[in-house]
Design a protein around this ligand. Structure first.
Ligand code: DX5
Ligand code: ZN
Length: 235
């Protein structure tokens, strides 16, 4: 039932103040965030350059948060071992551009991390049909990846609702993660559609001039409101 449903927050470090990453991570943990989202971009798969495994490895000894790596790389398979060694707790790879997705998911799981597959906004959920039972989570992109601060695309809500139905029908356990354009308003839409993990960047958690605890609190309130909506609908 809904009362047992727990929704996690996964702030994305690319939207944080990079001059003091450890302080930010500690503040997020204190504010009650469960996951920390690491966006790895290579300037080819997406037009931006960000975090490699070295950065994750440097901060790993200083935090007990769940480190969640989202690989937006042309050759994701070449970097999975690096992120595993760095200490990632979960790693997701895109369906697009990875013809041997099954192999990559297997490698992530063998390495002891949770394995996720990512869908860009234009990619249908049906592409995951054959691999769904192998996945620990599905990441539904609600923006075209590359940058923080973009607008939530409503097509993501339809896709999450579909995934949730597939999960129920097939009696599977994977989590549904959503990434892009989260705010208290869109979080409510996403949670009602079935999101279990919300990636939060510049539109929700890292807002200039606003303390992180205040941003996190606003997101929690939106999540609670969405869960309450659901209880009322099913009552
Ligand atoms: C976008 C990244 C996201 C991004 C989210 O390509 O994958 O994780 O940082 O930031 P917001 O929530 O601002 O869209
Ligand atoms: Zn991401």
């Amino acid at each position: 039932m809904n009362s047992e449903r727990k929704v996690k927050l996964a702030p994305s470090l690319i939207a944080a103040d990079w001059s003091r990453p450890l302080d930010v991570i500690n503040e997020l943990a204190q504010a009650g965030c469960e996951w920390l989202h690491w966006d790895a971009m290579d300037g080819h798969f997406v037009p931006n350059l960000t975090l490699g495994p070295m950065f994750l490895a440097a901060l790993r000894p200083h935090s007990e948060l769940h480190f969640d790596a989202h690989l937006m790389l042309e050759n994701s398979g070449d970097y999975i071992d690096g992120f595993l060694e760095a200490g990632a707790d979960s790693i997701s790879v895109h369906v697009e551009g990875n013809p041997h997705l099954h192999r990559l998911i297997g490698r992530i799981k063998e390495g002891g991390a949770l394995a996720g597959a990512v869908l860009n906004p234009a990619t249908p959920v049906e592409l995951l049909d054959a691999i769904l039972p192998e996945l620990d989570y599905v990441l539904v992109m609600s923006v075209n990846p590359g940058f923080s601060g973009q607008k939530f695309l409503p097509v993501a809500a339809d896709k999450m609702a579909k995934l949730r139905r597939m999960r129920d029908e097939q009696n599977l356990q994977f989590l549904i993660q959503v990434d892009g354009g989260m705010s208290p308003e869109t979080a409510r839409v996403a949670v009602r559609a079935g999101a279990d993990v919300l990636v939060c960047g510049a539109s929700s958690v890292f807002i200039a001039g606003q303390p992180l605890t205040q941003s996190v609190h606003a997101m929690r309130q939106a999540i609670e409101a969405a869960l309450q909506d659901e209880v009322e609908v099913t009552r």
